[in-house]
Structures are given as structure tokens and as C-alpha cells.
Ligand binder design. Structure first.
Ligand code: PLP
Length: 230
């Protein structure tokens, strides 16, 4: 099932790239494997996937020893400050930096281990009550502060768009996140030149690619629906 699903997702990505005049190599597929067993992740690897997204620190730490070798891990879920120490150095990128205090904690722990954290700043672009992430108007200010932290490299912005039936409804949010990225880059802040836009999930990754996504985070579309509480 995983390999068939991946074929469909890959074709969809290629077509979205063609529609928007982008190169396939400009878009990185992150296979969101949260709650899914390592056996399914091995299937994904056999079909060419090399990057996994997880939203819980504990789950990453549990799965990593079971999947040795080339896999790359991205943390995409809310990160509590008291978990930063255990994740430091274990993931290629943290997509979900949603406060200055969290960035400060990352700076502290990565400095201790003499590492650099690649991060994305999470923006609540649609201003949803229930969502983590910075408000668009406070994002530049926070990035200016993070830019001073020597052990953090800000690689771009991330958002979780609203849950909608018609993905076209989210186009405006993807457009707005890209605008915000271009706008902040134009301020020529020292150490800030952001290339990354992490946006788009199973329901809307094609629209996100058309609007400039460089990372799409696809779970259900690859691994099937999730069952919680088992
Ligand atoms: C679960 C999750 C995804 C993947 O969602 P699907 O709709 O299953 O593709 C993407 N991003 C984040 C932050 C997630 O938590």
C-alpha cells in the first residue's frame, strides 16, 4: 500500500511543479510517519523515501534505533522546552519553533553540545485560536532576536493551514506565508536569508507547491489514516 500511495503522491508533486514552472528538486517530500509502525517506514524507504516527519520527541527517540542508516528526521510538532535537550542533535530540522522562549532553550542546549540547530519558525498564518505559531505581525521581531543566536540557523517559515474540504480555500494562506518570507528576507537582517517554506499536508500539498512550498508534509496520503488511542 505504501509504495502505491507514494507513486500517486510523487506524480501529484511532479504535476504541481509542472503547473507552476518549478523544478521537482525544489520540493522536498517529508513522509509524516507519526503513530505508524517502523515496518511501514521501511516500506517507504524501499520506495525511495528518506525523510520522515514526526510530531513527538518520544516517538522519534523510540523509532530511531529501529531504523538505522540513511533516514533523516524532522520534528514537525509542538516542542516543549523541557524536551529540547533530548532532541538536540537527533533531527535534521525543527519545523515548529513557535516562541522566542523555545528558541532560547534551543540555543542553550545546542550550544552545550556544540551543534547548530536548523529551524523553521512556525506562523499561525490563518490566525486560528486552536493553533500554535506566531502571529504574522510578530514574526519579524522574533526572527530578529533568533538571528542573534549563534547556534541557530533560521531556514524559513512553516505553517499548518486550516482543515478545509476544498484545498483552494488555503491558497490565500500559502500565498500569505510566502509573502511574509519574501518581506522578511527583504529587510536584510544579519544572518537571515530564508529559503524554506514548509506548508501543505495530504489535503492541500498540491496547492501549497503551486504557491511555493519547499517542504510538503504528507502523512495520510502515504501511510493511510491514523488511529489514535490504541
Ligand atoms: C500530522 C501532521 C501532518 C500530516 O498530516 P496529513 O494530513 O496526514 O498529511 C503534517 N504536518 C504536521 C505538523 C502534522 O502534525
Amino acid at each position: 500500500m505504501v509504495s502505491e500511495n507514494l507513486k500517486v503522491v510523487e506524480e501529484n508533486i511532479i504535476r504541481a511543479c509542472e503547473r507552476s514552472g518549478r523544478k521537482r528538486s525544489d520540493v522536498t517530500l517529508i513522509a509524516v510517519s507519526k503513530t505508524k509502525p517502523v515496518t511501514m517506514m521501511e516500506e517507504a524507504i524501499a520506495s525511495g523515501v528518506s525523510i520522515f516527519g514526526e510530531n513527538k520527541v518520544q516517538e522519534i527517540l523510540k523509532k530511531q534505533p529501529l531504523l538505522p542508516g540513511g533516514a533523516e528526521w524532522h520534528l514537525i510538532g509542538h516542542l516543549q522546552r523541557n524536551k529540547v535537550r533530548s532532541i538536540a542533535g537527533k533531527v535534521a530540522m525543527i519545523h515548529s519553533v513557535d516562541s522566542l522562549r523555545l528558541a532560547e532553550q534551543i540555543q542553550k542546549e545546542y550550544q552545550i553540545q556544540d551543534l547548530t540547530a536548523k529551524i523553521l519558525v512556525e506562523v499561525n498564518i490563518a490566525r486560528e485560536e486552536s493553533k500554535f505559531g506566531l502571529m504574522p505581525e510578530e514574526t519579524e521581531e522574533v526572527i530578529r532576536e533568533i538571528a542573534k543566536m549563534p547556534n541557530i540557523k533560521v531556514c524559513g517559515l512553516m505553517t499548518i493551514a486550516p482543515f478545509v474540504q476544498d484545498p483552494e480555500e488555503n491558497r490565500i494562506h500559502f500565498k500569505n506565508l510566502r509573502k511574509l518570507l519574501v518581506d522578511i528576507n527583504s529587510k536584510n537582517i544579519d544572518n537571515i536569508s530564508m529559503m524554506g517554506l514548509s506548508m501543505g499536508m495530504t489535503g492541500d500539498y498540491e496547492v501549497a507547491i503551486e504557491e511555493g512550498a519547499t517542504f510538503v508534509r504528507v502523512g495520510t496520503g502515504i501511510f493511510g489514516s491514523r488511529q489514535y488511542g490504541q
